[in-house]
Design a protein around this ligand. Structure first.
Ligand SMILES: Nc1ncnc2c1ncn2[C@@H]1O[C@H](COP(=O)(O)OP(=O)(O)OP(=O)(O)O)[C@@H](O)[C@H]1O
Ligand SMILES: [Mg+2]
Length: 354
């Protein structure tokens, strides 16, 4: 399953929740996060490190099962390939299975690992789940290996699942790695919360503390946040801090929204703006002409009096910084809602502090 959506819609919260549920049900679980910096561990190492904890528990439960033993031996060779010093297979008491998951090709080895873990899971009456956050940052080889592994595990009816989350370009990135990726995963777009859900996100945590929200106050915050979880969090938190007693009323809400917006401007939006170099800010300012709609890269270049190819590196740096993404070929869009309005609020498109 693949979750995709803009920044701050709750993808990571959802992924963590699912991983916790799977762990509680005794599943074999690994969770890794990719990033654009290139400084992260190789994917193989991340998977090995994360699986290690889960497999040490399995080791205790499935000592007598030959399939569990086989899976632990395959895991050992998979992780020794990642870290020959054995640091990623600490606590796994079985010897590595030479010839299983140790070719050095991620695609071949991940498939071996998934199939053998799947076999162990059948024996243990559970499943295997690999959670991958910020999945759009994995490279083509890693994505292809994941697709191939899921494909193979599906063919062999193994209970092996990949649950990924990333920006809205993730389905396209996966399709680019393997054309059959479209049919391989269930794609779920995470967007704004419905008014009922947004109201619940606001009022339920307060209710647990014995505090109510008036109807008007709830409506005001819902309206200001447009169902966007991160904004609900900021406005709700500020209204909570403002209120001196229950219920939280419309005055508290108005002040909460004011303070919350100022906080977003000073932190959420400004940190993004300041991460960008001057040429990158020019690019975003040219994009902002389109409001919250997606922009055509060619049109953005034209607005700046440049050729699209000249702006390729600027565009690529903005994508690497996570400020913009390419929703489809030739298009460009902001990764957070409201960025356009923030840019419009800057005097001459430039923030006062820089
Ligand atoms: N179900 C929820 N209940 C309460 N708050 C939530 C929920 N989902 C998200 N939030 C709030 O929204 C914020 C953003 O959520 P999260 O970090 O999961 O978003 P994301 O989609 O992973 O964003 P990014 O793309 O930046 O990683 C959280 O810190 C939390 O404040
Ligand atoms: Mg996240």
């Amino acid at each position: 399953m693949i979750f995709n959506g803009l920044r701050g819609v709750g993808k990571t919260v959802l992924l963590n929740q699912l991983a916790d549920s799977a762990r509680e049900d005794g599943w074999i679980v690994a969770k890794v996060e990719a990033d654009a910096s290139g400084s992260r561990m190789p994917f193989r190492n991340q998977v090995a490190q994360s699986l290690n904890v889960s497999l040490r528990q399995v080791q205790g439960k499935g000592r007598k099962s030959s399939r569990v033993k086989a899976a632990l031996r395959t895991f050992k060779s998979f992780s020794l390939k990642a870290a020959p010093d054995g640091t990623l297979s600490v606590g796994i008491e079985f010897d590595a299975d030479r010839g299983r998951a140790d070719t050095g090709s991620l695609q071949a080895d991940l498939t071996d690992l998934a199939l053998d873990l799947g076999g162990a899971a059948i024996e243990l009456d559970c499943g295997v789940a690999l959670f991958i956050d910020e999945m759009q940052h994995l490279n083509a080889e890693e994505l292809a290996a994941i697709c191939q592994t899921c494909h193979e595990a599906g063919q062999q009816n193994m209970p092996f699942f990949v649950i990924g989350a990333g920006l809205p370009n993730l389905p396209g990135v996966l399709a680019g790695a393997r054309s059959y990726a479209e049919r391989l995963f269930r794609y779920v777009t995470i967007g704004a919360l419905s008014p009922i859900e947004a109201a619940a996100a606001l009022t339920r945590p307060a209710e647990q503390e014995g505090v109510e929200w008036t109807k008007e106050a709830t409506a005001m915050v819902l309206d200001a946040a447009s169902g966007y979880p991160y904004f609900l969090q900021e406005f709700g938190s500020a209204a909570w801090d403002t209120a001196t007693d229950s219920p939280i009323d419309s005055e508290d809400a108005a002040e909460g929204i004011r303070v919350g917006k100022a906080r977003l401007d000073d932190g959420f939006f400004r940190s993004r703006w300041e991460r960008a170099a001057p040429a990158e800010r020019d690019y975003m300012t040219a994009m902002a002409v389109d409001g919250d709609a997606h922009s055509q890269s060619g049109e953005v270049a034209r607005r700046l009096g440049k050729l699209p190819t000249q702006l390729g590196p600027v565009r690529a740096r903005l994508i690497a910084k996570g400020l913009v993404y390419a929703p489809e070929h030739g298009m460009i869009a902001f990764t957070v809602p409201g960025m356009t309005a923030f840019i419009a609020r800057q005097p001459n498109g430039e923030p006062a502090s820089s």
